[in-house]
Design a protein around this ligand. Structure first.
Ligand SMILES: [Zn+2]
Ligand SMILES: [Zn+2]
Length: 145
């Protein structure tokens, strides 16, 4: 994500790209899905005085603007990512690796179901769980396959 473009976009809204917001976006810059605690660790290398509360408030604002998305599954800690596009997730239940995937047709299914129940402001997300190729390989080596 190009922070200059982001800053220009934010100038047109009531939000500014503060030091904290820029640092959080940089922490998420490598495309990972990070917990708030991991983001805090990374941001503290730039801004040592930042608290976890500030990280959560900053993440809330970045989510409201649409620059950050949240993922949680099965009661595990929420993970955040800097992504603009709608996408779905493949989750390895063994190593917790999370991969972004596209899933054609899910939007139509979600819209259809929501319409039959009269839901508005609809959002949806598909999470496919299983074992990644690395973990499946390990299981095979142990004879546990
Ligand atoms: Zn795995
Ligand atoms: Zn994702």
């Amino acid at each position: 994500m190009d922070l200059k473009t982001v800053d220009a976009g934010l100038l047109q809204s009531r939000y500014r790209l503060t030091k904290q917001r820029a640092a959080v976006l940089r922490a998420l810059g490598d495309g990972g899905h990070l917990s708030a605690e991991t983001i805090l660790e990374k941001v503290r290398t730039e801004l040592p005085a930042v608290s976890l509360g500030t990280i959560y408030r900053t993440l809330d604002i970045l989510r409201a603007i649409g620059l950050v998305q949240i993922f949680s599954f099965g009661g595990s800690a929420a993970r955040y990512e800097a992504a603009l596009d709608k996408h779905h997730h493949l989750l390895c239940t063994n190593c917790r690796t999370l991969e972004n995937v596209q899933a054609d047709g899910v939007a139509e299914i979600a819209a259809q179901i929501a319409a039959t129940k009269g839901f508005s402001d609809v959002d949806y997300g598909l999470t496919i769980v299983g074992r990644c190729t690395k973990c499946a390989g390990k299981a095979g080596q142990n004879g546990a396959n």
